[in-house]
Write a protein that binds this ligand. Sequence first.
Ligand SMILES: Cc1cc2nc3c(=O)[nH]c(=O)nc-3n(C[C@H](O)[C@H](O)[C@H](O)COP(=O)(O)O)c2cc1C
Length: 338
Amino acid sequence: MHTDRGDFLSMFSSKDNLILGLAPMAGCSTPPYRGLVSDLSASFTISELVSARGIVYNPHMEKVSRYLQRDPRERLYAIQLFGHDPADFAAAIKIVLQHPVYGQADWIDINMGCPVKKVCGTGAGAALMLKPDLACAIAAAAVEAAAQFNKYVTVKMRSGWDEEDINAPALARRLENEGVAGITVHARSREQFYGGKARWEVFAAVREQCSLPLCGNGDIKTAEDIRRLQEMVKLDAYQIGRAAMGNPFVFEQIREGMKVEGVVPEASSERWLAAALNHLDGMIALLGEAPACREMRAQFAHYVKGVRNAAKYRDRLMQVEDRRSAVDILFEIAESRG
Ligand SMILES: Cc1cc2nc3c(=O)[nH]c(=O)nc-3n(C[C@H](O)[C@H](O)[C@H](O)COP(=O)(O)O)c2cc1C
């Protein structure tokens, strides 16, 4: 069984001296975007969360998610599942890993961090932090199912349910015994949702309890953040979430910033435009023009952050129905960026 610390990390390129991944984000971590960030030096990517039970009920994987297939540019890619029943995970993992397309995932990630009511209300996502026995049973079932396909299982969790119960260290330790290959901790409690500051101290506490590869997540945006983290604790990898929305260059910028101190220049307008178009065209290829343009509206809103007259451009981008009008506005923005 894959429980060896070295084994899991050996999947990553030995030339990659800073393992930086795109955090799973529903609506944002689409194949075209995951491919784009991979081209721009993200070491690994993870799908948005997908219901294990949803897969069990749709074993042909239709209507499960439009976003599970691997983009050819992705380096290492995981599919993330959520659920509350070990049997669902065992069955869903078998279905996924047997599938000719989705079986190309390099590993399976289990979601123990989603804070939303719809997920937690069923006992899944961050609610599993409240039920460590069930969390372990799910991990054990997942590890056993994935091992049949020679694939690893990792877990992404919160620091705890609330400030009174920061149990990521204890849970990570137990999950190690279940054969999980790596842990990601989003350093916020479920109570914090996505607000407040991530409390990075939790990483050191997890590190003390658990010797698995540890990936840190929460408010990591710059090389300076990584430097501060490195002074606190030795992490094996980092996941970038919201800082990567609309900025596929963040991985490069962090890598560059690790080489030289000071402000890393923004991507040139040419590169910015090429990235936005690549993202848009990838979505069009996947979904068709009109649905892709509608899906891209929320992403465009992130792309224009920090641009002069952003509100004006955002309003216009929020109404795009076709490629031509989106491209016209993006060209205008690129020009005004200078
Ligand atoms: C819009 C959005 C969707 C998200 N979807 C998921 C998800 O599907 N699975 C998951 O594990 N985390 C999800 N997250 C949480 C992120 O992966 C990450 O843990 C969180 O944003 C903290 O990292 P950050 O401070 O770098 O953004 C989502 C976050 C956002 C903002």
